[in-house]
Design a protein around this ligand. Structure first.
Ligand SMILES: Cc1cc2nc3c(=O)[nH]c(=O)nc-3n(C[C@H](O)[C@H](O)[C@H](O)COP(=O)(O)OP(=O)(O)OC[C@H]3O[C@@H](n4cnc5c(N)ncnc54)[C@H](O)[C@@H]3O)c2cc1C
Length: 421
């Protein structure tokens, strides 16, 4: 079984690769009858807490994908990757609310909330889920729809309530966007971030943007201007015309001379190119913080706590993300204005000091975090970390549902909710 994550690995007694929901249910019953823990692996992008025994369900062969262009609903199996859904939807002039990476599984992405490239315009992708097919710890196959208590609990809790075998997801009539990157040398980091923060406070919801800090590896496949360079990168996705996009980004283009500028109108199916995330499997750990606001003091604290050993990704939130959708998804802190993600190379052992330092630096403006952006560093995992992903009221609701549907915490190879016994 191939995994995108190479520093952390599941270590189960048995791996099963089901082709149907019935086979998933049989595997879950097998584990439950023997009192074994159960893990789920689609691509390994978001590998969180490795399984140390028990049964690992590899969902990669649950790859059924169907689109109904009339209702604009896609039925997506648990093994389908975002890139495959992007291409299939584009054939009907439609778009899913995908995120920065085309290689994550659609279902894993939705279970972590689904913070997409057009998030400020259309909200969290999890709020566009219309039905879920779930195998719970008792081996039952359930079809859940908005309004069912378990439906919302599954979205945002990354595998705590069972194995999702398929989702039905709303698609949008988006065919093209204006987007891409502006790359500046790292010596301009402060003026670029200052300008971006001021700009972000005034932009319409049609634009969703992010800022990245990274040092490019010295690789032949990169353009010579980028190889080995430390950079600050602004990325944009605008649901609008080229003229609108050009007008919106003009003040940021004027901050300095970018070393790269690939802003353009692109088919939505190519939107996975905006972030240019590394396609090769590697070893990493990551944390994140949802910020009430990102002012000059928070920016200073973040820059002081980070260096070339980490990749920083600061996502602009707000807009439609503020609206609770009808899904009842377990997504809190919707008033947060920014999400800071920090990713660093990891060897799979112990805590990761670079991540602890960023969390401490941002603590004064942190309101919570998202479980879907916590990778590896399982030594930091525990109930306190899971709780911090939710308001106390939401966590209490989730813990009660966990006691009802997974009382033995069979699904604990994730940032685990503790059943409220
Ligand atoms: C490079 C990169 C870019 C990303 N960009 C974004 C982004 O823009 N927006 C965003 O919201 N997220 C983003 N993510 C986060 C990503 O969406 C999550 O990590 C997601 O959980 C990955 O899902 P996966 O199934 O591909 O990975 P896996 O590691 O296979 O699974 C991740 C977690 O989900 C659980 N899981 C997966 N499938 C199922 C299932 N069928 N049933 C039950 N549990 C399941 C697994 O048990 C595991 O805990 C990004 C991640 C990476 C590495």
């Amino acid at each position: 079984m191939e995994s995108f994550q190479t520093a952390y690995a599941h270590n189960p007694d048995r791996i099963v690769t089901p082709r149907t929901a019935g086979e998933v249910a049989a595997a879950v019953r097998h584990a439950t009858e023997r009192d074994l823990p159960i893990g789920v692996h689609a691509t390994g992008h978001g590998l969180s807490v490795p399984l140390d025994s028990g049964v690992l369900i590899d969902t990669s062969h649950l790859d059924d994908l169907r689109i109904d262009p009339e209702t604009r609903i896609a039925r997506v199996g648990a093994g389908v990757r975002a890139g495959a859904l992007l291409r299939a939807a584009a054939a009907h002039g439609l778009a899913p609310l995908t995120g920065s990476s085309p290689s994550v599984s659609v279902v894993g992405y939705l279970l972590g909330s689904g913070l997409g490239l057009l998030a400020r315009r259309y909200g969290y992708a999890a709020d566009r889920v219309r039905a879920l097919e779930l195998v719970t710890a008792d081996g039952a196959q359930r079809r859940l729809v908005p309004g069912d208590a378990l439906f919302g609990a599954v979205l945002g809790t990354v595998g705590n309530f069972g194995v999702v075998t398929a989702v039905e997801l709303e698609l949008l009539p988006v065919t093209a966007i204006y987007g891409g990157q502006l790359v500046f040398d790292a010596e301009h980091t402060e003026p670029v971030l200052d300008a971006w923060r001021a700009w972000a406070a005034t932009t319409p919801d049609t634009v969703t943007s992010s800022a990245g800090l990274l040092t490019y590896p010295d690789l032949d496949q990169l353009p010579p201007l980028l190889r080995g360079r430390s950079a600050v990168i602004l990325r944009f996705a605008v649901d609008g015309t080229e003229a609108e996009g050009e007008r919106l980004v003009a003040p940021l283009r004027a901050v300095g001379t970018p070393v790269a500028d690939d802003l353009r109108v692109m088919p939505y199916a190519e939107s996975g190119s905006i972030h240019r995330e590394p396609p090769e499997p590697h070893g990493y750990a990551a944390t994140n913080a949802l910020l009430s606001h990102f002012d000059a003091a928070a920016q200073r604290a973040l820059l002081d706590a980070t260096g070339p050993e980490v990749v920083v990704d600061i996502r602009q939130l707000g807009g439609a993300l503020r609206e609770p959708g009808e899904s009842g998804a377990a997504i809190d802190f919707r008033a947060a204005e920014f999400l800071v993600r920090v990713i660093t190379a990891a060897d799979g052992r112990g805590r990761v000091p670079a991540l602890d330092a960023v969390r401490a630096a941002l603590a004064p403006v942190t309101v919570g975090h998202q479980l879907g952006f916590l990778y590896g560093a399982a030594d930091a995992a525990g109930e306190a970390q899971t709780r911090a992903g939710f308001t106390p009221a939401t966590y209490a609701r989730l813990a009660a549902l966990k006691a009802e549907y997974d009382p033995a915490a069979r699904f604990r190879a994730t940032r685990a909710i503790v059943p409220a016994h």
